[in-house]
Design a protein around this ligand. Structure first.
Ligand code: EAX
Length: 339
């Protein structure tokens, strides 16, 4: 019957329309996923640093590698190269600025060569307590300083920690500034640090970290200053008898990425990486705090003789450093960092 034929025709039309729809949906889906694949191309970030794999930098960067991989669905791979393998800190920062190295983790020590404001962290005893300092570093003040690196082609991601620095030497125990008289002390290439040790009466000279162990071993240098974890992991206790818990400087460390490269990542990758970096930062800071609970005893058992100088005496002796650098750094910034 006619009405049945019509029904069949309708049915055929319906199937045809359905087929076309399925085809269109399929096409849309396949181009969609192709776009997605293009958007999230895989990025490999080599990160250079000066410390050992078991140091706070090594441990923090291993954490960053895990988190970045997880959060980016495997599209960001972080490869760490420690022990100055990709260069000393100044070379590393220059490399990141030029784009010859993707990323580095460096103490703020060499950063005044790139942006003067960073000198604020180098002032003696300006940081006394981590808990009040972290919010300043992670808040607006620190953020502005990281942004200033943009003009050098560097994206400053977050502040990790290098830590409170203490003096070691092979000659004598240090209790008062006079004990430093005439000692050849290696400092970072940093004008504020060098001036501080000059004012304290030592004989400071700048040297790259990678050359330091040999210089101490061969007595080219009598001493150096670094956080406890570095004294342990870089084995300075093997060539330095005396440790003074002076805590005279606090070094943050900046995780830096080449700016162009950072901008070439998809928005989702950028977000994933920044979140991973924040979590790795917190992890690294905690690792230091936990390690430091036992480090003095460990270093003693490794043969070091430890003194605890009166910080107020050293602080007073180094006061003129503030006046000397105030104009370069800015009174406001000094006030803000002091908290
Ligand atoms: O950033 O050079 C130094 O003494 C630093 O503490 C070290 O390179 C870690």
């Amino acid at each position: 019957p006619i009405y049945l034929q019509k029904k069949e025709q309708k049915m055929k039309k319906f199937v045809l329309v359905l087929c076309v729809l399925v085809l269109i949906a399929g096409l849309a889906f396949s181009t969609g996923s192709k776009e997605k694949a293009a958007e999230t191309k895989k990025i490999i970030l080599r990160v250079g640093h000066t410390l050992t794999d078991d140091s706070h930098y090594g441990v923090g960067l291993a954490k960053l590698a895990d988190l970045a991989k997880q959060k980016s669905n495997g599209t960001i791979e972080v490869q760490a190269f420690g022990n100055s393998k990709l260069g000393n800190e100044r070379d590393l920062i220059e490399g990141v600025s030029l784009g010859t190295i993707e990323m580095c983790l460096s103490s703020t020590g060499p950063l005044p060569n790139f942006s003067k404001a960073f000198m604020v962290f180098d002032l003696p005893f300006i940081v006394q307590d981590r808990n009040t300092f972290y919010p300043i570093l992670d808040g607006e003040t620190g953020q502005k300083m990281l942004e200033a690196l943009g003009s050098k082609g560097i994206k400053g991601i977050v502040f990790f920690e290098n830590g409170f620095r203490h003096i070691t030497n092979s000659r004598r125990p240090i209790n008062v500034p006079e004990d430093l008289k005439g000692l050849k002390i290696r400092l970072m290439e940093n004008p504020v640090h060098l001036e501080t040790f000059r004012v304290l009466g030592a004989n400071p000279s700048p040297m790259a970290f990678g050359e330091l162990f040999t210089a101490l071993q061969q007595k080219v240098m009598d001493g150096q200053e670094n956080p406890l974890l570095i004294i342990k992991t870089s084995k300075f206790y093997e060539v330095q008898k005396y440790l003074a818990l002076s805590g005279h400087f606090y070094s943050p460390a900046v995780l830096m990425v080449n700016d162009k490269l950072f901008k070439s990542m998809s928005p989702a990758q950028q977000e994933a990486f920044q979140q991973a970096a924040k979590e790795a930062r917190d992890f690294e800071r905690n690792f230091i705090i936990e390690s430091e609970k036992k480090l003095v005893d460990e270093l003693k058992s490794l043969g070091m003789e430890v003194t605890t100088p009166d910080k107020a005496v050293f602080q007073k002796a180094a006061e003129s450093v503030y006046t000397k650098f105030e104009a370069d750094i800015g009174k406001d910034l000094i006030q803000k960092v002091r908290g």
